[in-house]
Design a protein around this ligand. Structure first.
Ligand code: TMP
Ligand code: MG
Length: 288
């Protein structure tokens, strides 16, 4: 077993199965691998020095691009809907319409703010967004081996791309599916493009993007990274899937949610702010 899996933050329902999947993936080699990952609170830190780190939405909410009145409204939405997002006593069916309501209201408020495209980079630079410790190795290693990294996010594409760009790791093997802003000819936000992606329709998004997966048809082994149970379906568009290893970051309400995460993720990382486990797993799978 890979030494990092004895780290105290690691929980596994079935370590033997994890070992089997890892061995199969290693035998198949890096040319058969693709990585599919969520962004907010998966590639970015949940907290730093005891303080919550921002999601891509929060980067805007906390920035100078938003009026005080709008900030208060967005914070109210967060206070109302985030507890629902992480409530393990409610079913997905019950939560889904409420999540759509959250995303729709938040996007409407953002559009009213006449955000200027050229101001996004500064908002990201001044934010407290942080990729998880070890991100450089993660992105660089995948790039060196030409392993595609697909980021599937219900956050804001323009903002998260900027986070990755400013960290110097937006390599050509990275592809992002997310909610993108639509700017008018003078560069002012007028709407969001395409179908709304929220935490519970990543499966539909994946199935709409089968063109992308077709390009990667020979990549039948998937390493999936997520932090919400909605992230588990991100690989549903992959054809001829051979092996999938699902790693889930359990950031919040750990005791209440442990069992449901263990039931659905192969490896659960409890309050682990690092990329240590994905990094060592990638080294192992790619034969290093
Ligand atoms: P994701 O990480 O699954 O892509 O989801 C994005 C996260 O963004 C989700 O955990 C909820 C959060 N969020 C905000 O922080 N503010 C918002 O206004 C909205 C709509 C979502
Ligand atoms: Mg997330």
């Amino acid at each position: 077993m890979i030494p990092v899996l004895s780290k105290s933050s690691v929980r596994m329902r079935d370590p033997k199965r994890v070992e089997q999947i890892l061995t199969s993936m290693r035998n198949a080699g890096p040319s058969t691998l693709q990585v599919i990952s969520d962004f907010d609170m998966t590639l970015t830190r949940f907290a730093y020095n005891g303080k919550r780190c921002p999601t891509s939405h929060n980067i805007l909410d906390d920035s100078k691009l938003i009026s005080e009145d709008c900030k208060a409204k967005l914070n109210n939405l967060l206070d109302t809907y985030y507890p629902i997002e992480i409530d393990s006593t409610r079913s997905v069916e019950e939560k889904l319409p409420l999540m759509v309501e959250w995303w729709t209201k938040a996007h409407e408020l953002l559009v009213q703010q006449k955000i200027i495209k050229d101001h996004l980079a500064l908002a990201v630079r001044e934010s407290e967004a942080m990729l998880r410790d070890g991100y450089q190795q993660f992105f660089d290693h995948l790039h060196q081996l030409s392993v595609p990294l697909l980021i599937f996010s219900a956050g804001i594409g323009d903002v998260l791309e900027e986070v990755i760009r400013q960290a110097g790791v937006f390599h050509p093997n990275v592809k992002v599916f997310s909610n993108y802003m639509d700017f008018d000819e003078s560069g002012v936000l007028q709407a969001f493009k395409g179908e709304l992606i929220h935490i519970y329709n990543k499966r539909e998004g994946a199935l709409l993007n089968t063109e992308h997966f077709k390009e990667l048809q020979s990549r039948c082994n998937v390493l999936l990274l997520g932090d919400s149970l909605g992230d588990l379906n991100m690989a549903d568009g992959v054809m001829d899937l051979q092996n999938i290893l699902k790693i889930g970051y359990l950031n919040d309400k750990v005791d209440e949610r442990r069992q449901s995460y263990l039931n659905s993720y192969d490896i659960v990382l409890e309050k682990d702010e690092t990329m240590d486990v994905p990094n060592d797993i990638l080294l192992y799978i790619t034969g290093q």
